[in-house]
Each structure stands twice: as structure tokens, then as C-alpha cells.
Design a protein around this ligand. Sequence first.
Ligand code: F3S
Length: 81
Amino acid sequence: MIYTRVVPAQCIACGLCQLKAPELFAYDEEGIAYVKIDNNQGTTPLPLPLQAQFKAAYTNCPTGAIIRQNQPYTEAQRQQL
Ligand code: F3S
């Protein structure tokens, strides 16, 4: 399973992730990206049909703001962002 989030402080609002994965990423009013499926909490596993889009966004984000891990992000991890 893949769980993903955007680190807001590292996002430069370049717009690439939504271009690559429109079903997965959206932007707040300042253009900072977040993960749509769980409001950037990293607690909902990435649906299989979105994994190819995710990979394209993850590998192309110019700042590495998109992070991922194989288990849900814990409360402590969520508070770090
Ligand atoms: Fe931000 Fe990276 Fe997307 S810089 S807008 S998270 S591609």
C-alpha cells in the first residue's frame, strides 16, 4: 500500500502534480498542493487505478514535496508538516 502527502513548506506551487495526476492532487487558495483523497492526511491508501498517475507526479515534482510511505502517516507525523 502507498500513502502519500504533500509537504506544504516544500511545495512551490508549480502545478505539475495536478497536471500529472488530476484525480489525486488539488491546490489550496495559495496554489499549494494537497492530496485530495484524504485531505493530505496520508491515511487513505492510494487506490490502484491512481498509482500510475501518482508515480508520474511523485517522480516529477521539482522540490520533492510529495512524500510517500508504505503505512499510514501517524498522528505525530501529521503534526510535523
Ligand atoms: Fe508543489 Fe511539487 Fe506539486 S512543487 S505543486 S507538490 S509538483
